[in-house]
Design a protein around this ligand. Structure first.
Ligand SMILES: Nc1ncnc2c1ncn2[C@@H]1O[C@H](COP(=O)(O)OP(=O)(O)OP(=O)(O)O)[C@@H](O)[C@H]1O
Length: 259
């Protein structure tokens, strides 16, 4: 379970270019829940993810994971509990190493194990099982160098590597944004398979409204550093892209009227 309580972050406080990135943000994600965060540029989505993962320190407020207050913990201490996949498929994997070697690296990072026994048969069987979850045939390509994989395969590999340590929370930071539409859909399908199979509590930021409609249990729209709108349950099941875009339009109109 993730709880963000009254999170506040101001950049350049008191200066002419002061920016309120998070303005008393409250957000709760239950264990096993898949939340999809949308919002216009500057709404605070990245600041929220950075605050949760620890690369941005809050001015005030709290962040709790499964009831533990992690607000003051540095990034590396949160890393065992929080996995994050970024936009760039090149970032999460080592290009000149094979799929299996990348899986081994990820395992060593997450479990503080030694390289002893290396890529033994037991490990390779485990990697094959985990890669099979993605449904992309990567389990047959353990010996393939990662730079020979497609962007979608590579991003899906990043994802399965990120969640190898059974994190309490998975953060997806526009992880399909750099991919062409078809590949983005393939990665989303692989993502959902992994989230379901591994029962991951997931918070995904996206600008893709179709993905916000199609995936996840709840849509959370941020505006000006706080939650502007939440759509869950039956309402989420019936929501359309036009509905979501409409909420952006209303927000923009009210901003124009206010200015
Ligand atoms: N490091 C920083 N220094 C100064 N201002 C920042 C910094 N990071 C974010 N901001 C400001 O905080 C506000 C929220 O930005 P943030 O990047 O969190 O929004 P976002 O919703 O992720 O936007 P986008 O969709 O464009 O990525 C913006 O006004 C932004 O200019």
């Amino acid at each position: 379970m993730l709880e963000v309580r009254a999170a506040r972050k101001v950049f350049y406080r008191g200066q002419p270019d002061e920016k309120i990135a998070l303005n008393g943000l409250d957000l709760t994600l239950k264990t096993g829940e898949f939340g999809v965060v949308i919002g216009s540029n500057g709404a605070g989505k990245s600041s929220m993810l950075n605050a949760i993962s620890g690369s941005l320190s809050l001015d005030s407020g709290q962040i709790l994971i499964n009831g533990d207050d992690i607000t003051a913990l540095p990034v590396h201490k949160r890393a065992t509990r929080i996995a994050r996949v970024f936009q760039d498929p090149m970032l999460g994997t080592a290009a000149s190493m094979t799929v299996a070697e990348n899986m081994l690296l990820a395992e060593l990072r997450s479990k503080k194990r030694t390289l002893r026994h290396g890529l033994n048969a037991k490990r390779l069987a485990d990697y094959r099982d985990r890669l099979a979850i993605l449904g992309l045939g990567l389990e047959e390509r353990l010996e393939t160098r990662v730079d020979l994989l497609s962007g979608g395969q590579r991003q899906s590999l990043s994802l399965i590597m990120a969640v190898g340590g059974s994190p309490d929370l998975l953060l997806l930071d526009e992880h399909t944004a750099a991919l062409d539409p078809r590949t983005a859909d393939i990665v989303m399908e692989a993502t959902v398979r992994a989230v379901d199979a591994l029962k991951l509590t997931t918070l995904m930021v996206t600008h893709n409204m179709q993905h916000a409609v199609d995936y996840g249990h709840r849509v959370i729209m941020l505006n000006a550093g706080r939650v502007h709108l939440e759509i869950g349950g039956e309402e989420k099941a019936n929501v359309t892209v036009a509905d979501l875009v409409g909420h952006f339009a209303i927000k923009t109109d009210s901003m124009l009227l206010a200015s």
